[in-house]
Design a protein around this ligand. Structure first.
Ligand code: NAD
Length: 507
């Protein structure tokens, strides 16, 4: 249905603590990927509405940054309790607008809630350092100060979790925040923000705007925005980093990925098949940490491939919005479905053998959903397009190699550097791989080594632009600036210090 004709409700903006209709004249549709039905419309905000949100955040910053950090953390404790009570409902919204299974949605909300738990500890984590007598009578200390208004721009693939990577840490550190969720999945963020307001967050501390490039550019150009957190594709991450830093902002920008999974002949094949299947096809492959390139070494391919193909063929693909149990839901949109299919076509044209081919999968009770079955491309050549580019769908490419050195070398050719995994029972191979592989997040017998909230999301190469990564202590460093104070009180101590008669009398 053309955008203008949709009768679906338009998403509201959250500005200064009030939900309000946008004055935008153009809208984008939010669809249920299981059915293709339009479930909401998203206003495409321009400069003036972004300015309203940033001004509201700037106004709120004055009091919020002076609110004791323990009180800010207490809002997070109440927020966490509300998330616990409402987490099934949030997961259902994630499933409806994104299409992942309810079990996957719940797990992703859980991961986001762990960031809120982490933020509850910020009073301890935000502490500075001090050292007495760095020179005679001189003490030195550092303190962490919030930056001001921070902005977050997020992708479609984790509608609840990725925004939660950002604003709980930012606001508990004393900043205020403007979130621009993906225009494809704005509803989860709105539902979660309602809980945060219910938890007692003062008005203007978290604001939500909607839109695409114009809204993002307005945030990147706004002089009051001090820091920008971005998660999305590499092309846009690079753009955000360059434009944001050029405008004097701190930027952390996480991009796309091509995660290699190396399988050694001594791996536990049953466990490996299970983990590889979940890594490649979980969330329909729409994960930045999805295992999208399997690299079996030597005889491993012969042991792995028949079992892996059987497991992939056995997966039930279907609609996720009606409860029921399916293993894999749809991809996000009709356009994305066409893109993923065209990448499979390209892989085959460049010589791959589609040993499991999901291109013709149909779901009887959801003929308009964006479905694709698990797909395995075997005998892929190292220089193929499907090895170099991110597909972001349920497609596993397999490059067979002879040695561990070949596998490590293949990693060096990869432009990305998010995650890499080795399945093995050899400590020596695992150590060599861990030390030398060209990626920032390593799994040993772990299919998806996505770090939990207490650790940073340490992508390398074209998977990350910036210095301080998202989550963990680096998240706190990103959202704060240090102030160093050096103090000397004349005559306060030391051999020649006690000139004051009152002190002399006491001594
Ligand atoms: P995307 O880059 O298309 O969009 C991300 C955000 O950028 C959205 O909010 C969108 O509105 C905005 N945007 C889109 N085009 C823009 C433009 N021209 N100028 C300014 N802003 C623009 O990404 P997506 O398709 O929503 O998400 C999938 C991508 O995200 C994949 O590449 C995936 O690997 C990546 N991702 C990375 C991580 C990570 O931690 N590295 C995590 C999740 C997703």
């Amino acid at each position: 249905m053309p955008v203008a004709e949709s009768k679906a409700t338009a998403c509201q903006l959250l500005i200064g603590g009030k939900w309000q209709d946008s004055k935008a004249t153009s809208f984008s549709n939010v669809s249920n990927p299981s059915t293709g039905e339009v479930i909401a419309r998203v206003p495409m905000c321009g400069t003036s509405e972004i300015d309203l949100a940033v001004q509201a955040a700037q106004k709120a910053f004055i009091d919020w940054s002076e609110t004791p950090v323990v009180e800010r953390a207490r809002v997070m404790f109440r927020f966490k309790a509300l998330l616990d009570a409402n987490y099934e409902d949030i997961a259902k919204i994630v499933t409806r607008e994104h299409g992942k299974t309810l079990a996957e949605a719940k797990a992703s909300v859980q991961r986001g809630m762990e960031v809120v738990e982490f933020a509850c500890g910020i009073p301890s984590l935000m502490m500075g350092e001090s050292l007495e007598n760095i020179a005679r009578n001189v003490d030195c200390e550092t303190m962490r100060h919030p930056l001001g208004v921070c902005a977050g721009i997020t992708p479609f693939n984790f509608p609840a979790m990725v925004p939660l990577w950002m604003y709980p840490i930012a606001i508990t550190c004393g900043n205020t925040f403007v979130l621009k969720p993906s225009e494809k999945v704005p509803m989860s963020s709105m539902a979660i923000a309602k809980l945060l307001l219910e938890a007692g967050l003062p008005e203007g501390v978290l604001n939500i705007v909607h839109g695409g490039k114009d809204a993002v550019d307005a945030l990147l150009e706004h002089p009051l925005v001090k820091a920008v957190s971005f998660v999305g594709s590499t092309q846009i991450a690079k753009y955000i980093y360059e434009k944001g830093t050029m405008n004097g902002k701190r930027v952390q920008a996480a991009g796309g990925a091509k995660n290699h999974i190396i399988i050694m002949p001594d791996a536990d094949m049953e466990q490996t098949v299970h983990a590889l299947q979940a890594s490649a096809f979980g969330c329909a492959g729409e994960r930045c940490m999805a295992g999208s390139l399997a690299v079996p070494v030597g005889d491993a391919a012969d042991m792995l491939m028949p079992k892996l193909a059987e497991a992939a063929r056995g997966m039930k693909v279907g609609r996720t919005d009606m409860g029921g149990s399916v293993d894999m839901g749809p991809v996000i949109s009709a356009d994305h479905l066409a893109k993923v299919k065209s990448m499979i076509d390209k892989g085959v044209a460049e010589g791959a053998d589609a040993v499991v081919d999901g291109r013709s999968v149909k779901v009887a009770d959801a003929p308009n959903g964006y479905f694709l079955g698990p797909t395995i491309l075997d005998q892929v050549k190292p220089q193929s397009t499907v090895v170099r580019e991110e597909i972001f769908g349920p497609v596993l490419s397999v490059v067979r190699v002879n040695t561990v050195e070949d596998a490590i070398e293949l990693g060096k050719q990869c432009p990305f550097g998010n995650g890499a995994v080795m399945f093995t029972s050899s400590g020596r191979a695992a150590r060599e791989f861990k030390h030398r592989f060209n990626a920032g997040m390593i799994g040993i017998n772990v299919g998806v080594p996505a770090p939990m909230a207490w650790f940073p999301f340490t992508g390398w190469n074209a998977s990350f632009f910036g210095d301080l990564h998202i989550q963990g202590k680096e998240g706190i460093q990103f959202y704060t600036q240090q102030k160093m104070t050096m103090t000397r009180w004349f005559g306060s101590s030391g051999k020649k210090g006690f000139h004051d008669p009152i002190w002399k009398a006491k001594s």
